[in-house]
Design a protein around this ligand. Structure first.
Ligand code: NAP
Length: 345
């Protein structure tokens, strides 16, 4: 689905046309350029940048706001993309507590930023700040990308489309052809994945979550999207279950793709999400986690003979789509992929 009906066709003018970028001559005069993958700026740095001083270089025109955000690989990926496009704009990471989000967005605009990315915990609140919102962000109820144009702020969500592209890229398969089980379907990433599956008209969707209420809410939204063009029948296309072995076994027998959208697996000491014995060679397993590169779930799935991939390709594709929103040009995906590979080496 095109973003914002391709924003170049909307009344939003391409952001890069609105603001002059600093010349390389000026950039060369900046005494010590911080390594933007290593540096984490603060809201105080953004305030001083908006007043024309402080440590944040003038050519920083994009950033990710998060809390925490120091771990983010987006600067490495986005700066490689901006350089490959020949644009003299750079991308930084800024730690921003939840209570400072609205101010941070205002300051970034005042500092001539083109836009922003949002990560945990800002994606839901960010939507309230937008003056206009694209269809996907409205549907998901959250925005991970903001585009500035004068006083206007447009919100986009590239997470769902990023997932579609990641599944195609990793496995050569399309989400719309797959019976999908989402582990952690009540969280932010799990909700986006579930609603994207519904938008893609996946033939079967199983939502697994520790807190059942949250998954039931998501199921109701997914069912609405699916049922609008289905004949009514006894079989609900969306099933909600807790993490219980017998229920998981039963549902896995009718699943093609398992997606982990929980944060379980980031630590080596984390318990298994699914008993290893339930994993079979005919499954495909995608873990949204990319650090570590091989989680316990992926290790168990590989041992069972299943196809696997981690979340790096999702990070890449949602980032590439964000870059297209800001620049209105096709993203240099290969350069961004190479930078991510180097950053995770
Ligand atoms: P979130 O909103 O905090 O959701 C966390 C989810 O994990 C919830 O469903 C939660 O269940 C579940 N969970 C947490 N601890 C659990 C446990 N001990 N047992 C069972 N379930 C547990 O976080 P998020 O933003 O959705 O992110 C989730 C994961 O996706 C993170 O690892 C994040 O790094 C990754 N992610 C990756 C990408 C990418 O581009 N690759 C993009 C977005 C997110 P409850 O509802 O019961 O609390």
């Amino acid at each position: 689905m095109p973003l914002f009906h391709s924003h170049s066709n909307s009344s939003f003018s391409p952001a890069l046309d609105n603001y002059p970028l600093p010349s390389s001559a000026i950039r060369g005069l900046i005494p010590s350029m911080p390594d933007l993958q290593q540096t984490t700026f603060t809201i105080a740095d953004l305030r001083s940048r908006a007043e024309g001083r402080g440590p944040m270089p003038d050519d920083v025109r994009l950033a990710v706001l998060g809390f925490p955000v120091a771990h983010s690989l987006s600067p490495a990926m986005q700066n490689a993309g901006l350089a490959a496009l020949g644009l003299e704009a750079r991308y930084a990471k800024i730690e921003c507590p939840p209570e400072d989000l609205a101010e941070a967005v205002d300051r970034a605009r005042a500092a001539n930023f083109l836009g922003l990315n949002l990560t945990i915990p800002h994606k839901f609140e960010a939507l309230k700040i937008c003056t206009e919102v694209d269809d996907t962000a409205r549907l998901l109820g959250s925005a991970n990308t903001l585009l500035f144009d004068g006083r206007r702020t447009a919100g986009f969500n590239t997470d769902g489309t990023g997932l579609v592209r990641a599944i195609r890229d990793s496995f050569g398969m399309d989400l719309r052809d797959l019976r999908v089980m989402i582990l952690g379907a009540g969280g932010g990433a799990g909700t986006a994945a579930a609603l994207q599956c519904a938008l893609e008209k996946c033939p079967r969707l199983v939502l697994v979550n520790r807190t059942m209420e949250k998954a039931r809410d998501v199921a109701a939204r997914a069912n609405q999207l699916l049922q609008s063009d289905r004949l009514k029948g006894p079989d609900d296309p969306v099933t909600v279950i807790p993490f219980e072995t017998d229920l998981l076994r039963d549902q896995l027998a009718r699943t093609d793709l398992v997606i982990n959208a929980t944060s379980l697996g980031m630590k080596r000491s984390d318990p298994p999400l699914i008993p290893a014995a339930l994993l079979t060679p005919d499954l495909t397993v995608f873990d949204m986690i990319y650090r570590p590169a091989v989680t316990r779930l992926l290790e168990d799935a590989q041992a069972a003979g299943a196809r696997t991939a981690n979340g790096l390709s999702m990070l890449l594709h949602q980032g590439a789509l964000s870059l297209e929103v800001w620049t209105d040009r096709p993203a240099p995906v290969d350069a961004m992929r190479a930078a991510l590979a180097k950053a995770t080496d």
